[in-house]
Design a protein around this ligand. Sequence first.
Ligand SMILES: [Zn+2]
Length: 228
Amino acid sequence: MPCDVRNILDIGCGDGTITNRLATRFQVIGLDSSREAIRHFLGEKLLASSGSVPLKDQSIDLVLLSNVLEHLPAAVFSHTVREAIRIARRYLLVVSPQNENLQFSQVKCDDCGCIYHRNYHLRSLTLTDIDRIFGQDFEMAAYTFWGEPWPQYDHRLWELKQYLADGWSRWPLAVCPLCGGKPGAKEPNAKLEKVAMLLDDLNDEVLFDRRESLVRQTRTFRSHFLPR
Ligand SMILES: [Zn+2]
């Protein structure tokens, strides 16, 4: 964190996992639209939409958007960007998955058939996207990538794997946004496992050159912005 930061606004602070730790060193305001989530944040809190923040222009040294932008529907997205730019006096700090393949995390609800991202991500962003989104008002001063690379998988084969081999994510913490259903335990099925394995082989050996799959594309980025 830059040394001239005294106060921070954490937009989309959720249950305060990060915000509570920041609050031990900085004056922090946590903002979230979920009453249930934000009650776990112990510091100063704002129950509000990220697209309409009740704070004055340039009133906060650093505005943090940590794993927020990828969750926002189009209607809220542009307002949130505008609010972050409006309120930040010195810095914006953005954390997001880098170029995520949303297909890999799709869950199909056992109960109602709804297909959803297990973490409810609605969009995939790259560092270039972020630079473009904030670039008119803030200049990217630094960025960091970290995490394992995403698997390289042809999207048509992945779709075949989902539909033919039941290759949906079965993340145990997933909750269906339509009916609240949770993935049950997956019954082993030798035939489906064989189909999945063949599709993996086809992807690795036929469609993707192995050398290409060694190109590392890290999963997450963090970028600092300074006002222009
Ligand atoms: Zn459902």
